[in-house]
Design a protein around this ligand. Structure first.
Ligand code: MN
Length: 210
């Protein structure tokens, strides 16, 4: 009854070279991400009554997930969501720049792009052990840079992720070994800011409706 599936990568696994290498991308997507999907489905098989819940329903409302599978859904549902999102914030051929409302908000709320970059880099390098660095919009519609442990997502706190960077060792170890700061620096060469800007615009549209 498994109902979540591994999405195909929208670009070739070597398309982010030299910043993220082909072998890492293949193992990361085909093995690590697949494992989160497999384990999430196995957990949900125990509770058929959850079969119509979307992934975001599940991880944004973990308190409503039965206790016997809550940790499995947190880790593997979070893992599935975060990785689907991560593949979308990556773009082959070089990073573009934040545009429109997002560019303005970064200037106004985070002190400009360079300040944002510094804060995001600190969040990514400063996450002890496995986790993620994020640019997100809080429930109060404020931009914030933060990090989360394991596969936790800003969605679990009611926030909306805009940009995420996987800082688990499986995301960089083959190419960078212990040099996480170099991986983080190079990530800025492959960010799809058009996607990130679009996600931000949607949060503003949602706000306008309320
Ligand atoms: Mn990962």
């Amino acid at each position: 009854m498994s109902h979540f599936e591994l999405p195909a990568l929208e670009f070739a696994p070597d398309a982010l070279e030299p910043y993220i290498d082909k072998e890492t991308m293949m193992i990361h997507h085909d093995k690590h991400h697949q494992t989160y999907v497999t384990n999430l489905n196995a957990a949900l098989d125990k509770h058929p009554e959850l079969k119509d819940n979307s992934l975001t329903d599940l991880i944004a409302h973990l308190d409503k997930v039965p206790e016997d599978i809550r940790t499995a859904v947190r880790n593997n549902g979070g893992g599935h969501y975060n990785h689907c999102f991560f593949w979308k914030v990556l773009i082959p051929g070089g990073s573009n720049k934040p545009t429109g409302a997002l560019a303005e908000a970064i200037d106004k709320q985070l002190g400009g792009f360079e300040k944002f970059k510094e804060a995001f880099t600190n969040a990514a390098t400063g996450q002890f052990g496995s986790g993620w660095a994020w640019l997100m919009v809080t429930k109060q519609n404020v931009l914030k840079v933060t990090n989360t442990p394991n596969q936790d997502s800003p969605l679990m706190d009611g926030a909306t992720p805009l940009l995420g960077l996987d800082v688990w060792e499986h995301a960089y170890y083959l190419k960078y070994q212990n040099r996480r700061p170099e991986y983080v620096k190079n990530f800025f060469n492959v960010i799809n800011w058009d996607f990130v800007s679009d996600v931000y615009n949607k949060t503003l549209d949602t706000e306008a409706v309320h």
